[in-house]
Design a protein around this ligand. Structure first.
Ligand code: BDR
Ligand code: CA
Length: 326
């Protein structure tokens, strides 16, 4: 699939596309976050500098421990830095209904093989942006509290971040309210600040991620490999499957893994270039990403919004990455 590129870059001609891209994963694992972490750590296209955690699907203690356990399972060791315990101004709402009480489908993960990094998430992001100006991508697959916080603390920082690859929002409907998607709803003020930051944003919202479905047959193929990581992924996806079945989906929507797949190869998506803002107040629409698809605001586009996807290509990439672990 050919991707229209909002910044006038042919992906093939993008100098960063041939080198390993430096990323930080800002996340709230989270069943689908877990798959995305495994994918990133298996990819030879990404240099994962570290993981920053944020309260979202479950509380900060659970998501941080989950991140440590997941990385440990890969046999790798990278910094895992604890982030925000909750949103800027709103009340915390979790996703335990979808992700289970421990965030990973109530599956027991292995005891972490290493300790969390003593640096807070915001310090780690700042240090990495300072160390790699213009080269760092933030893959944001949880609420945007950490990113908004670090941008608020350091005025020159936004210019050092190459782009934000975000799972969040939707041009269309929501999944946590009729209007809003979970990651944006969980901290709408943070999300609003991030969209206003001037950092180029690639938004993988529900418009595409609700179609990034894995079928039961494709899951059975993963399980049939008998390998520890794909089998764990299928175990975690159990709770998730119940949820998606209950709302009538024909498969499981792999939100964060699709964003990660596009961090690896953005040709899996097709984009429109739009101005996006976040509603922070509306009684019915709080947390909605308002996407100006008709250009009626007259405002310059600030976001590439993914509007279509190559589902089969995504599943093939994800399966290859997950089964690459022994
Ligand atoms: C997003 O919300 C979380 O529950 C998932 O991990 C994903 O990041 C989907 O709306
Ligand atoms: Ca997530």
């Amino acid at each position: 699939m050919t991707a229209a590129n909002a910044r006038g870059l042919d992906p093939a001609a993008d100098p960063a596309s041939s080198a390993k891209r430096k990323i930080i994963i800002d996340c709230d694992p989270g069943i689908d976050d877990a798959l995305a972490i495994f994918m990133a750590l298996a990819s030879d296209k990404l240099d994962v500098l570290g993981i920053t955690t944020v309260a979202g699907n479950v509380n900060i203690d659970h998501v941080t421990r989950n991140a440590l356990s997941l990385v440990s399972m890969t046999g790798k060791q990278i910094p895992v830095c604890r982030g925000a315990t909750g949103p800027f101004l709103s009340t915390r709402k979790d996703g335990a209904r979808v992700h289970g009480e421990n965030g990973v489908g109530d599956v027991t993960l292995q005891v972490p093989a290493f300790e969390e990094d003593p640096r807070p998430a915001t310090v780690f992001i700042r240090e990495m942006a300072d160390a790699h100006p213009g080269e760092l991508d933030l893959v944001a697959i949880g609420p945007l509290t950490n990113i908004a916080a670090v941008l608020a603390m350091h005025s020159g920082l936004a210019k050092k971040i190459r782009r934000i690859i975000m799972m969040g929002g939707a041009a269309g409907f929501g999944n946590v309210t009729p209007a809003a998607e979970f990651n944006i709803y969980a901290d709408p003020h943070a999300a609003a600040a991030v969209f206003q930051s001037g950092i180029p944003i690639d938004m993988y919202g529900l418009d595409v991620t609700n179609r990034a479905l894995i079928t039961k047959e494709e899951m059975a193929d993963l399980r049939a490999t008998g390998k520890a990581i794909p089998v764990l992924c299928c175990d975690m996806l159990g709770t998730y499957a119940d949820f998606y079945e209950s709302i009538g989906f024909s498969g499981l929507a792999l939100h964060d893994p699709f964003a990660m797949a596009c961090a690896i190869d953005e040709s899996l998506a097709v984009f429109g270039e739009y101005f996006v803002a976040v509603e922070t107040q509306g009684e019915l629409t709080r947390g909605k990403t308002v996407v100006d698809t008709f250009g009626v605001s007259g405002k310059k586009p600030n976001t590439r919004v993914a509007i279509d996807l190559d589902r089969e290509g995504f599943i093939a990439m994800m399966s290859d990455l997950l089964t690459s672990y022994e």
